[in-house]
Design a protein around this ligand. Structure first.
Ligand code: AMP
Ligand code: TRP
Length: 334
């Protein structure tokens, strides 16, 4: 049995992109023989400023969404990162193992920092070291992520290798990414070249998992398309990113292959197709939205679920991080 670890930032409302690209895979992984540890990474979230009340609310909201989508706290460990101090302690050790030159190559940092690199938090810079600590604190070996996180996982392996080398040990295992399929990448409803994102300024660009039926229908109706009817073959979509995206969403949500969807809709305009797409999305997402609202109506119970998860997480991470501290040369905490 291996251990799986993954994290999601509790910032913004989860989107259809998060659902098809990450959450749905997490739910499926629960049926494997591996132990699943899923973390709401609030320490990562504050690498850019978060309003405290909003962070609290969004952490509960993300927990509610994950539970509503089928993360089962009886089978998986679900918790908030800040509740398990082992993450921050190992991250500090990794800050001292990782190299400035390594972090300078991280493309996500370059993207997030943009032109004003001097003004972002130092936390944003060492974000990948904390992510390495998240995984290694559990000796997790399988990490489901989107392809945008692969560079961070390579860094996590580099850090573990250097730690093992510096302290003459084989304590941290190599980790293996479980990369999600290309078809699971959901693009913006306004721009087929951009990823659907919970941080996009336009709410019209995304379907939120908490959107009601009318909202979903309206967003799909207004989704960007082109004037051509739907083609017969998938390869005819290659120059039509918006059409390809909508077909991809319909396929993913109905459990079909894109060519099967095209087989059914070839020659049709977007009007009738969008209606069917909206119906399918509403049928799939409405129960999730309803369950999410149920969980959110009782924040105390939600907090208790996360706290129980944190105790189970700590029971795994604590001895691993205590051993890392010993290897580094710290005296026993007593
Ligand atoms: P983020 O919303 O960037 O914190 O991402 C959380 C998880 O959802 C990561 O595993 C991402 O790879 C995944 N994800 C986010 N947006 C999308 C998208 N538009 N399509 C597919 N996966 C996504
Ligand atoms: N950085 C990841 C993301 O933005 C979230 C994350 C934090 C994570 N710690 C992790 C993912 C550990 C996998 C494993 O998607």
């Amino acid at each position: 049995m291996a251990r799986i670890f993954s994290g999601i930032q509790p910032t913004g409302i989860a989107t259809l992109g998060n659902y098809l690209g990450a959450i749905r895979n997490w739910v499926a992984l629960q049926d494997s023989d591996d132990e699943c540890v899923f973390c709401l990474v609030d320490l990562h979230a504050i690498t850019v400023f978060q309003d405290p009340a909003a962070l609290r609310e969004q952490t509960r909201q993300m927990a509610a969404v994950l539970l509503a989508c089928g993360i089962d706290p009886a089978r998986s460990i679900l918790f908030h990162q800040s509740a398990v101090s082992a993450h921050a302690r190992l991250a500090w050790i990794f800050n001292c193992v990782s190299r400035i030159g390594w972090l300078n190559r991280m493309t996500q940092f370059k993207d997030k920092a943009g032109k004003d690199r001097e003004a972002v938090s130092t936390g944003l810079y060492v974000y990948p070291n904390l992510m390495a600590a998240d995984i290694h604190a559990y000796h997790a070996t399988k990490v489901p992520v989107g392809d945008d996180q692969l560079q961070h996982l390579e860094l996590a392996n580099d850090i573990a290798e250097k730690f093992n080398h510096d302290f003459s040990t084989a304590f941290f295992p190599r980790i293996e990414p479980l990369v999600l399929k290309e078809s699971a990448r959901v693009m913006s409803l306004r721009d087929g070249a951009k990823k659907m994102s919970k941080s996009d300024p336009s709410d019209q660009s995304r379907i939120n998992l908490t959107d009601g039926a009318d909202m979903i229908a309206a967003k799909i109706r207004r989704a960007k398309t082109d004037p051509e009817p739907l083609p017969e073959h998938v390869h005819d979509l290659s120059e039509r990113p918006e059409a390809r995206n909508l077909i991809g969403i319909y396929a993913a949500i109905t459990g079909q292959k894109p060519h099967e969807v095209l087989h059914h809709f070839a020659g049709s305009g977007f009007g009738p197709f969008k209606e069917k797409l909206a119906d399918a999305l509403i049928a799939h997402l409405e129960p999730i939205g309803a369950k999410t609202r149920e969980y959110l109506a009782d924040p105390t119970s939600l907090d208790h679920i996360l706290q129980a998860g944190a105790r189970r997480a700590a029971a795994i991470a604590e001895p691993i991080v205590v051993e890392a501290e010993r290897l580094v040369g710290f005296l026993p905490r007593g």
